[in-house]
Design a protein around this ligand. Sequence first.
Ligand code: GLA
Ligand code: GLA
Ligand code: GLA
Length: 690
Amino acid sequence: MSPAHPRSWLRWPSDRPHGPAPRLAYGADYNPDQWPRETWDEDVHLMREAGVNIVSLAIFSWARIQPAEDQWDFAWLDEIMDLLHANGIAVDLATATASPPPWLTTAHPEILPVTANGETVWPGARQHWRPTSPVFREYALRLVTAMAQRYADHPALAAWHVSNELGCHNIYDYSDDAATAFRDWLRRRYATIDALNAAWGTAFWSQRYTAWEQVLPPRLAASHPNPTQQLDFKRFSSDALKDHLRAERDVLRNITPDIPVTTNFMVMGETKGMHYTDWAGEVDFVSNDHYVHPGPQDLDELSFSANLTGNIAGGLPWFLMEHSTSAVNWQPVNRAKEPGELARDSLLHVAHGADAVCFFQWRQSAAGAEKYHSAMVPHAGADSKVFRSVVELGRTLGELAEIAGAPRRRASVAILFDWESWWASEQDSHPSSLLRYRQEALDWYSALLCLGVRADVVPRGAPLEDYRVVIAPILHMVPEELAKELTSYTEAGGHLITTYFSGIVDENDHAWLGGYPGPLRDLLGLRIEEFAPLFDGETVHLDDGSTGTLWTDEITVTDPAVTVLASYTTGAHAGRPAITRRQAGSGSAAYVSTRLGAHGLPDILARLLETTGVTSELPPQAHGRVELTIRGHGDTDYWFLVNRTQEPVALPEISGQVLAREDEGSEEPLVLAARGVTVVRRTTGDRPPH
Ligand code: GLA
Ligand code: GLA
Ligand code: GLA
């Protein structure tokens, strides 16, 4: 983040004809170019009914705005911008560069991405452009310039929306443009070809390079491509799109220095190509898109993603740019949301710091690949369950206006989320191909939810010293300075918990020698000579009654300060330690060598937390059933209480003033409706709930 551009928020139009400036933003992607003019009037009428105060416009409108190289058509966009403004609706205006029009790809097929196998990614869908194509960049920036000049002074303009979900479909491009840019990136990183050879370990398999021109992206190869080449290609690919983001942003800042710039991240599920921790400093405020993948931990995953997004945003408010009112169209089976889910999902994002709740999209498309994707106005029209829920949510967000701007309140437990460990731990030719970095982190998060303990999912690089407990699942890549940071953290009284396959490699993906887990050996007080991963479906039992899958280690305890908390009773290492903890001054460092999963972790986690002073802020009957998050400013706290169950939950212990609730129930005592969210305002003077 350049200091010249302190983080900012939407620039709301000052002259609002329809009452006071809205506080929490509410709206959707809006694609009026898919509809006849008369629909627009109904749109804005319904938007006002729903309390919509912002829309993201023109995201996929390049072909409409610039129908040919030297032809521009802004008339329709001028008209809709004016119409929205006249109705008190602000615009998060896209730069419209996400999907290049057919005339451009016909004239310049050299902008099309190429797969690792050398296949061209043809137009016909969207986002078919090479992040490193100088030709694409030139055309895109011409469009950005035209947009910025046209709308610089438009009163509806509240923010710029760069491209769309950068990297959603084009994160990895193996074209010749990519090869050239990759070499430039490597030259900057390593300076000399010898340094690259050392970092990539090219003494292996006759891979030694003698000139930069010989270096390629990891294209289809006869066997496993060089792992450090693969890792650097991941780093490079994330940087290449970040570079595109910066290029568009710089044009915008130059022409409209007072308008904040954002782009929608995809902190969700297994989307891992874009290093968002590293991108966050490039935007004026962080935005995220999130879609639920139905499954046993789906609500935990939503919370995990929102939590991580909030911490990527440094605890400051962020913008939920897209989620769905109901079903999506791109999963194998697309389930509609049940009553209450639309509001609960939205408010869970707000609970984790979102000051904007937007959907993809406003009106459900009648044609195109997304015609079966839900929207705020479904195919059925305004006389529908979905639209009524949308209107109700708009009212709730209005009631919550005063929380806008309130940052997240820090928890006492952190889960350390490290993009590079995610990338490195899941590469090929490893002890197991079954390991899933994010799943392990999510399992620990689920265990914390089960115990009713609030946690922050923090990106690596965030300060750790204020957390009593830091959980670092599969912290695979541990450069020397990270090992030092974790050691100082525990020496200062912090409690570290880490797991299998941690502390294995340095920043170049070279194994630490002398026994695993390399630089964490002394801190954990143990040594491992060989990994012992398990086959799919294979289990091991531990003497605390738990069951492990996926992984085990042959652990030798090397320090008398280590307590064995559980041992294996079955498997190749029966009788040996499975879970250990080393006392380090007033702090400690624990190691869990197998996958206990969301159901197995709560027991051991409760034992590990016992000596740390960390307890739940919720009454016992709410543990696992209610999620608590806290936002606040000054001496005012906002407790978000999210009912994770399908039944009402009574919380008579919790006092404070109810700001918004999803049911119409009585206020005393507090009862959360099934799937309901209640927000309670408390001042520092209020007594703790138990
Ligand atoms: C992404 C895109 C949107 C739309 C939705 C559908 O988030 O940004 O344009 O395709 O997915 O879920
Ligand atoms: C083959 C190859 C070796 C080595 C081993 C690994 O035998 O000849 O170079 O790759 O596989 O199993
Ligand atoms: C992402 C996007 C969706 C859709 C799917 C397709 O999740 O958000 O819009 O394009 O990919 O797999």
